[in-house]
Design a protein around this ligand. Sequence first.
Ligand code: NAP
Length: 264
Amino acid sequence: MKFAITSKGDTESNIWMHKMRSYLQDFGLVYDEAQPDIVISVGGDGTLLYAFHRYSSRLDRTAFVGVHTGHLGFYADWVPDEIEELVDAIAHKTYTTVDYPLLEVMIAYEHGGHETRYLALNESTVKCVDGTFVIDVEINGRHFERFRGDGLCLATPSGSTAYNKALGGAIVHPSLQSIQLTEMASINNKVFRTIGSPLILPGHHTCVLRPVRQKDFLVTVDHLTLLHKEVRSIQYRVAKEKIRFARFRPFPFWKRVHDSFISD
Ligand code: NAP
């Protein structure tokens, strides 16, 4: 089996990365950064987001596992004290995988040409560069509302505990093939109206944002922020790709939520 390790880059994460790499090579596994079967992320959720984007072109051939070194580590099942157990499991056990849904982002431009496609593990947000953000929200081809406010967030179920949660969104179990739309500070009065509640869309539904006045937007995809100019539309839906996590022991989603937000 071929493996790769991504580290947050701090001293502690790098030490554990080097230890794991040497243990796994001692067990006969091959270190291959280009085409790994399994990617071990050492650090926090940010490190796992980075690893996901680095290997997003080979998701069907790569499983991910996270080790957290002093961070929240919502996506990470293991702590450094358990590294020998994890290495032994990777080298000797057949692991099961769980698939989590991803968000597909398609950005089309006024001048036509190629659309830009992204996959998000957590979420994508849209804000404008200056002034109040105004955008038409379309669901399954029908106009739903004209949103005015700070921005909008579209999250995956596993990203529902991240930015989405801070925006008052629901926590959604990742077995539900869905995406969630939440508002950022909508303007709501007798003149302007938005739904005001988070919306959860199933896998076969599509949400399209269509600019009204402004055409330039700051679009985030997980930890990445990109300025897109002359935007005609931004389409969101559940992606056909999924992320696969390698599971060497059970770690139910609701226990993960409890341990991250209530107490561990
Ligand atoms: P960061 O600002 O360094 O980290 C944001 C925090 O979110 C970290 O504590 C991180 O955990 C945690 N996190 C990431 N994914 C999570 C998930 N699925 N469930 C629960 N917590 C999660 O930024 P970053 O490391 O580059 O991560 C980018 C993410 O930050 C974005 O995808 C967005 O979700 C989140 N964010 C949140 C807010 C907010 O809550 N107001 C605002 C902006 C962005 P670790 O400590 O383990 O890395």
